[in-house]
Design a protein around this ligand. Structure first.
Ligand code: SF4
Length: 638
């Protein structure tokens, strides 16, 4: 056929029409889609029997009960347990909802390492034993005290005086400072509380046990004293925006007003009157800018709104020791009207911050201890060995010379003892529901026991604790499957253990009223009051760093894209700072420097910036007790 322009057009038109009638392209599409679904690395949904299993979340101390829907024994959906008496949560938080994905996170630690070189776990044990042998002081830092693993650490510390068992500040709960003052362990009575006066406590978000308080939100008044409008501040009845580091002054001034106006109802509080005598509301107003009338109004609301509770922030270092005492003292001033329940005599763990500086030769870290790395470095002797025992890389694995991979949650059976702030003691087991995604791991406690030559295992400790709880025959057992409750005394030891393995939780009885002994009030009023007053920031702005994003990859992405948490490299500040939206600025202080883009946010008080990422966290730190606040100089980046 002759090739003319007309024939080419006719051929093209015919081909276009014909393509709809030939099966070739459709077959090609079909083949490509079948072929591309069979690539070895494409994830395939499991097929198999659909079952329901019960476990508990160990990502934070709340220890929420979990109903896991499984396909072919693989958990695919996690939900909370209605009426869970231990955590008080019927819904899981965003971190818990997707936590069954964690074992498969690409960032998992897959092998041990010594000085950055891959090693076996046995080699790591031998190396640590050698370092321990020549050490004067070995410390085990427990990020989650109270577990059976913690019993092993205590046993190790008892076996040799060079070993020390220490916990991170804050891991003993929000009531810790009140407990220290009185020598009694306290729990927060979430059932009765009518007024919550929170000094930066994340009452409605982020705290270990907000379940009951979230459910009862309509039943109590929430006054939030905080420099930035956190999500708790946004949902509070009253938000007192205060400059950073002045929370302790406000707490002291509230106590001063209560003494002045006869609102104190506890004889043991008399010794505190002189301590806060100089912290008048007028002085607090001068320091914080909060009007005298608002301080007085808050004092009256707290004193007359019982049962009431004053709470400090989760990170114990944020207010400093004096600030934490000033907050805890408010609960003692209102005596029986404080919404607290005594849980028995206090068992105090040594805190890491109290260790002598430059004295630790070997430090083993179990869990994500909320401490600034700069503080940890100060405690180490030159050439000290840090051993990080973790499933995921974190700031401790970066600092460590020996890294040991631990199993991730759901890969091994562990125990959950509930929040230290809970009113009742509880105990449950978090069952292993998935096959380990990493071949060789060891639980931190088993590693420490091996390195110390102590013949104990977590599994044996768990059995011993279950037997000890059963022997007391008090409290009740909540069965996760049908939500029924039975008296522990009615169960045999085997039935109790079987119930725990099936997701049941044991909840102890309310403790009888414990008499509070003499309160250890600060002895030097002038030093106490001085320590509450923040130092001048010079020309700098205060940088407030909020905690990071949830660990689940998908939720992390949603959080970032919705900007519920500021993305890395963003710093929020009030327009009065004189910066335009998007300006690149350099943040600098004694601890480091970094660049960020400005996002204007009128909800922030003048003089305060907010960021929520690790780089900003590094600017808070060494030498400071306020680990998430720092004075920072800001200038336009060149
Ligand atoms: S609150 Fe804590 S224990 Fe409960 S689901 Fe969230 S991370 Fe897990």
């Amino acid at each position: 056929m002759e090739t003319t322009r007309r024939n080419i057009f006719r051929f093209a038109a015919g081909a276009s029409a014909g393509v709809f009638f030939t099966p070739a392209p459709w077959k090609l599409l079909d083949d490509v889609s079948v072929w591309s679904q069979n690539w070895s690395w494409i994830a395939r949904p499991l097929r198999g029997e659909i079952t329901e299993k019960f476990t508990a979340c160990t990502l934070c101390g709340a220890g929420c009960g979990i109903r896991a829907r499984c396909v072919a024994d693989q958990p695919c959906r996690l939900t909370g347990l209605a009426g869970d008496p231990a955590s008080g949560r019927t819904r899981l938080c965003p971190a818990g909802i997707g936590a069954h994905q964690l074992p498969y996170a690409p960032s998992r630690l897959r092998t041990a390492s010594i000085n950055g070189k891959p090693a076996t776990i046995d080699e790591a044990v031998v190396e640590v034993m050698a370092r321990v042998k020549s050490a004067n002081r070995v410390a085990v830092l427990d990020g989650r005290p109270g577990r059976c693993a913690s019993d092993i650490y205590r046993a190790v510390a008892a076996s040799d005086k060079k070993w020390h068992y220490v916990v991170a500040p804050g891991s003993t709960g929000l009531m810790a400072e009140m407990s220290r003052l009185t020598g009694v362990a306290w729990g927060l009575d979430t059932e009765r509380v009518k007024t919550v006066l929170s000094f930066g406590a994340p009452v409605l978000h982020g705290w270990e046990m907000p379940g009951k308080l979230l459910e009862r939100r309509a039943d109590y008044r929430l006054i939030q004293v905080e420099p930035v409008q956190s999500r708790t501040a946004a949902f509070a009845d009253t938000w007192l925006a205060v400059p950073p580091h002045t929370e302790g002054v406000i707490a002291g001034a509230i106590a001063n007003v209560m003494f002045r106006d006869g609102l104190v109802s506890c004889d043991a509080a008399a010794g505190y009157r002189n301590v806060v005598a100089s912290l008048t509301p007028e002085r607090a107003a001068e320091i914080s800018g909060v009007p005298v009338a608002r301080i007085e109004e808050t004092a009256r609301a707290f004193a007359s709104g019982g049962p009431a509770i004053a709470l400090g922030p989760v990170e114990a270092g944020t207010l400093g020791r004096e600030g934490a005492i000033a907050v805890a003292a408010l609960n003692l001033l209102i005596g029986d009207r404080a919404a607290v329940v005594a849980r028995g005599p206090l068992v105090l763990n040594a805190e890491f911050a109290d260790i002598e500086e430059g004295s630790v030769d070997v430090l083993l870290i179990d869990g994500a201890a909320p401490l600034p790395p700069s503080l940890v470095r100060r405690k180490l002797r030159a050439g000290a060995c840090v051993v990080a025992l973790s499933a995921f890389p974190d700031e401790w694995t970066t600092l460590a010379s020996i890294v040991v991979p631990a199993p991730a949650w759901m890969e091994f059976r562990e125990d959950v003892t509930g929040s230290p702030d809970a009113v009742r003691n509880s105990f449950r087991l978090a069952a292993a529901l998935v096959k380990p995604a990493v071949d060789r791991t060891i639980t931190p406690a088993d590693f420490v026991a091996r390195a110390a030559g102590v013949d104990k295992t977590v599994a044996a400790e768990m059995d011993a604790r279950i037997a000890a709880i059963h022997a007391r025959r008090v409290g009740e057992v909540y069965k996760a499957g049908d939500g029924s409750r039975v008296e522990l005394a009615s169960l045999s030891a085997d039935d109790f253990k079987a119930a725990l393995n099936d997701g049941a939780v044991w909840v102890g009885p309310l403790e009888k009223k414990v008499r509070t002994g003499a309160v250890k009030w600060p002895s030097d009023a002038a030093t106490f009051a001085r320590a509450l007053v923040p130092e001048s920031t010079g020309d700098g702005l205060m940088l407030a760093v909020r905690s990071g994003m949830p660990p689940v990859p998908l939720l992390g992405k949603l959080y970032q894209e919705s900007e519920l948490y500021a993305a890395a490299g963003i710093v929020r500040m009030n327009p009065v700072a004189g910066m335009a939206e998007g300006t690149r600025v350099e943040l600098r202080n004694a601890f480091g420097s970094g660049n960020a883009s400005v996002r204007l946010d009128a909800s922030l008080p003048a003089g305060v910036m907010q960021a929520s990422n690790d780089a900003a966290l590094k600017l808070c730190g060494a030498g400071s007790d306020a680990w998430r606040m720092a004075a920072v100089n800001v200038r336009r980046a060149s």
